[in-house]
Design a protein. Structure first.
Length: 225
């Protein structure tokens, strides 16, 4: 499945929203934050400490979309999990993990365009903590309101709880909002809340997908004309 061109994406946005959406919900990891390398580095360090082999590609894909607890349960045998606390103490997040994290090119241009156009911005992530440091590192403070963590709702993605909470706070209806994500859990959350879904980069996840933020920005500018 190929990604949409700017003109094709603009046509879909115009058909779906009759212009621009009134708000956009962003996933964090894999959409706003390029944290894949950092996650792999972190979990492989822990696995090496416990004498386990490095993550497989399938495991790498899973931990990128999962909550921390889901990832830990999936890639570490339960008898070894009590040892993870000692392993984690040897990792400096600032020294060892942050150098592997950044935001995707063109993201700030999209966010600034949305703010100037009156498009609301929110984040729905399966992270439970540590987000403030990432927002600082990537100069993203002040863009998203609300930011819904997994710990803020009874059920994290793929459940729609976080997306529904955002709709409630925005006091808007789902057909006016766009959800941008990169995983099946994002798609499930969007569909569960009846929100149109746009896939970011991941092939084969949804009919509507975009390869980068510069294409999204061109499409949104076309809709505004």
């Amino acid at each position: 499945m190929s990604h949409l061109s700017a003109s094709a994406l603009a046509a879909w946005l115009s058909e779906t929203f009759r212009g621009l959406p009134s708000g956009i919900i962003f996933d964090c990891d894999g959409v706003v934050i390029d944290s894949r390398a950092a996650n792999i580095e972190y979990y492989n360090y822990l696995r090496e400490y416990l004498g386990l082999p490095k993550l497989t590609r399938e495991q790498e894909d899973f931990v990128q979309a999962a909550t921390v607890h889901q990832a830990m349960d999936a890639i570490f045998p339960r008898p070894l999990q009590p040892l993870l606390r000692d392993a984690a103490k040897k990792i400096s997040y600032v020294r060892d993990i942050m150098p592997h994290i950044g935001c995707y090119p063109g993201l700030h241009d999209v966010l600034d365009f949305c703010r100037a156009s009156g498009v609301l911005l929110a984040m729905n992530t399966n992270r439970t903590d540590g987000l403030d440091m990432l927002l600082d590192n990537c100069r993203l403070h002040g863009y998203f309101d609300p930011i819904v963590l997994a710990s803020h709702v009874p059920h994290p993605k793929p459940a729609p709880d976080g997306a529904l909470l955002i709709l409630e706070q925005w006091k808007t209806s789902p057909e006016k909002v766009l959800f941008i994500g990169d995983s099946a859990s994002d798609k499930g959350a969007a569909e569960g809340a009846s929100i149109p879904f746009l896939c970011f980069q991941t092939d084969g996840l949804a009919p509507q997908s975009v390869s980068d933020f510069s294409t999204l920005l061109r499409a949104m500018k076309m809709c505004e004309r």
